[in-house]
Design a protein around this ligand. Structure first.
Ligand code: ZN
Ligand code: ZN
Length: 167
């Protein structure tokens, strides 16, 4: 997702576009199936102020049973793009996207990817009561209940018991 700097007029610019895998860095793109971007670029004070809303559809897997599922993220975002100045390297501000004096375009992929990264659910579930796989026989307990006796003991407790039993 690149914005040509010379195409921006002074003041507010409105950009609405579809998003696809190519607009994100590879680790994020792997999960993205589509999306859209509604962006306002305010071109003033030698800075570009980006504010907008992005909708991204993610293809994920249930963290318990690995069933495929989709999640839609609605993400408001804002950041500033500014020409790199002397001494800028020292204070890295995550909301500032620096660019070089001769740059013709600004790559929005890094900030957009970061936004998706921090908002992607770590352990999505296909449904709240998903039973997942049995740790003993490996069967999908959503499809078929098994009669395995699950040792629900956490190894940490074993360690604690050992300590307690110590003379
Ligand atoms: Zn599941
Ligand atoms: Zn089982």
């Amino acid at each position: 997702m690149k914005i040509e700097i010379s195409s921006l007029k002074p003041g507010e610019n409105r950009i609405a576009t579809a998003l696809s895998k190519e607009d994100f860095r590879p680790d994020i793109a792997a999960n993205v199936s589509g999306g859209s971007l509604d962006l306002t670029v305010d071109n003033r004070d030698e800075s570009l102020y980006f504010t907008g809303q992005m909708t991204v559809t993610l293809d994920l897997e249930c963290s318990r049973c690995l069933k495929k599922l989709t999640r839609e993220l609605d993400l408001p975002f804002s950041f500033v793009a500014r020409e790199k100045a002397e001494g800028d390297d020292e204070d890295v501000d995550l909301n500032v996207v620096p660019y070089e004096a001769g740059d013709k375009e600004i790559d929005l992929s890094p900030p957009l990817s970061e936004e998706v990264a921090v908002n992607t659910p770590m352990a999505p579930v296909c449904r709240e009561d998903c039973r997942g796989f049995c740790p003993v026989c490996g069967g999908n307990r959503n499809k078929k209940a098994c009669s395995c006796k699950e040792e629900a003991r956490n190894p940490v407790w074993d360690e604690l018991l050992k300590l307690k039993r110590r003379p």
